[in-house]
Write a protein that binds this ligand. Structure first.
Ligand code: NAG
Ligand code: NAG
Ligand code: NAG
Ligand code: NAG
Ligand code: NAG
Ligand code: NAG
Ligand code: NAG
Ligand code: NAG
Length: 433
């Protein structure tokens, strides 16, 4: 199944076992998330982890978009031209259309019930599904107001332990016998279900047209489309693998023993087995359609690789520079613990600082130890901060080029020496190549 990239959506998601807000990139398939990118409308959304209300904020065409209501969400996930959020606690599910004509997104509540709460928000390309926490009943909706097919829910007699979504299909593990059941439009879901047969599963992750999971005895099995060898699990020993990341036509898995990553599928057998990750241990991995990112065990930094990544490699250097600039400005490491909220896990400087800067809250992020900038320095710091925030724009094409950055940094330096001009972020050079 081919999906035009222009309408496909990838989702950034929070690694659930480490409450870490560093956005990591995964395709729009799979499970609960805390941030989402909609390719069709170049919209980036995230849950603001650094404020008491964990509200949703989006950026579109470099503008901060108001996302109402201002309430806390526990997960968001993106589809084609829409994204959805599960309110903290699971009592309501809202979706927003990100069509370019809107300057603020209208919330559309697709579920509300204070007693029957939801979990496991999982968004495919057009469908939205979630699971009732207590009963395990799966509920699905069509994600967008416009177009698309109706996406039916499985029968209420079926109770699920967990769910995942691919392109046009969703699957779940049944409570009663841990078998896999899939539903949705088209052929691939039923084919995946047929291939899993009576296997008893403890986990399941969907890619675009395949799904992999660990059996209850710990063996990794993959089913579905094998057009690129994505089902060809290279090792068969039980309990070898832990984390999984599935893209459009490849599979990567983390070895439980040492954290090393093995990948298969893709255009050729070794496409995703990069030298760049040889001997590196990962805590977890996530996949985009054609690239993988992992959180290293040694220092919790993020490494991304795969054919989809080099195409923005110059821009990913720009991303790295943006992280360094943000570290300088905030006096915080790329991944740090927020002293104001010691109970929370480590958070990423990008997620922490970039939204604040883009929302005009620069003074909140500047390292107190460097002191508040002098008046004429303030403009320079602002140029620097805005440049840094643009550098970490999640879409490569939204990032400024290196020459733009140098020009902005020179401007910042000049500002420190001269009087403050009337420079505003809007006048800065952020043209993309
Ligand atoms: C959201 O609500 C919280 C608490 O009511 C408030 O402190 C915060 O300023 C609000 N944020 C926005 C952007 O309205
Ligand atoms: C919540 O769900 C229960 C059980 O289905 C139902 O009885 C109740 O009316 C629902 N409440 C709302 C506000 O819809
Ligand atoms: C989807 O369901 C609604 C309400 O049941 C119905 O009016 C509509 O025609 C259906 N659309 C499609 C494409 O089946
Ligand atoms: C699955 O289990 C059912 C009933 O337990 C059995 O009839 C069927 O043959 C099994 N299918 C496979 C593929 O093992
Ligand atoms: C998947 O494809 C690969 C080669 O493309 C093949 O070697 C392997 O046997 C296939 N696996 C399955 C389960 O069909
Ligand atoms: C695998 O998926 C990528 C990204 O969607 C695509 O560019 C590539 O052509 C696919 N490869 C094959 C062999 O289908
Ligand atoms: C990985 O480790 C092996 C064995 O220690 C070593 O031979 C190899 O050069 C290392 N590879 C890289 C890329 O560091
Ligand atoms: C973090 O660890 C990775 C892999 O071990 C290494 O490549 C990278 O340079 C390290 N980064 C920092 C900032 O230490």
């Amino acid at each position: 199944m081919t999906i035009p990239p222009s309408i496909f959506t990838i989702t950034l998601f929070l690694i659930t076992f480490i409450p870490l807000s560093l956005p990591t990139v995964v395709n729009g398939l799979g499970s609960a998330s805390t941030a989402a990118i909609t390719y069709g409308t170049t919209t980036v959304c995230g849950i603001i982890a650094s404020e008491p209300t964990q509200r949703v904020q989006c950026y579109q065409n470099g503008q901060v978009i108001l996302v109402q209501p201002n309430i806390s969400f526990e997960a968001i996930s993106g589809g084609g031209n829409f994204f959805c959020g599960l309110r903290s606690g699971g009592s309501s599910l809202l979706c927003w259309d990100t069509s370019p004509s809107y300057s603020s997104f209208e919330p559309r509540r697709i579920y509300y019930n204070d007693t029957v709460k939801l979990t496991d928000l999982t968004v495919g390309d057009t469908q939205v599904c979630a699971r009732e926490i207590n009963s395990g009943i799966a509920r699905c909706w069509r994600g967008s107001n416009k177009g698309g097919f109706n996406f039916s829910s499985p029968r209420e007699a079926l109770r699920f332990r967990s769910m995942t979504s691919g392109s046009g299909f969703s699957c779940g593990i049944l409570k009663k016998d841990s078998s896999v059941l899939c539903w949705g439009n088209g052929y691939i879901g039923s084919e995946i279900q047929r291939q899993f047969g009576n296997l008893s599963m403890s986990s399941l992750v969907a890619g675009e047209s395949h799904a992999c999971g660990l059996t209850t005895t710990g063996t990794l099995v993959c089913k579905g489309n094998n057009g690129s060898g994505q089902l060809d699990v290279p090792f068969s020993s039980a309990s070898e693998f832990s984390g999984l990341a599935l893209g459009s036509n490849f599979t990567c898995a983390v070895r439980a023993r040492n954290g090393l990553v093995a990948c298969w599928g893709g255009s050729n057998r070794f496409e995703f087995d990069s030298n760049a990750i040889e001997n590196i241990s990962f805590e977890s991995i996530v996949a985009g359609l054609d690239f993988v990112c992992g959180l290293t065990s040694s220092n919790l930094s993020m490494i991304c690789w795969g054919p989809g990544w080099p195409s923005i490699s110059a821009k990913s250097d720009v991303y790295g520079l943006g992280v360094v600039l943000l570290e300088l400005l905030t006096g915080k490491r790329a991944v740090f613990r927020n002293e104001e909220d010691v109970t929370a896990g480590p958070i990423g400087v990008v997620e922490y600082a970039a939204p604040l800067i883009l929302a005009g809250g620069l003074q909140k992020v500047v390292d107190q130890r460097v002191g508040l900038p002098e008046l004429h320095e303030a403009a320079a710091v602002q140029v620097l901060a805005y440049t840094a925030a643009r550098c970490v724009s999640l879409e490569g094409k939204e990032r400024p080029s290196m020459s733009d950055i140098v020009a902005n940094l020179e401007r910042a330096l000049a500002l420190c020496e001269e009087n403050p001009g009337s420079l505003s972020p809007a006048t800065l050079s952020t043209r993309s190549e």
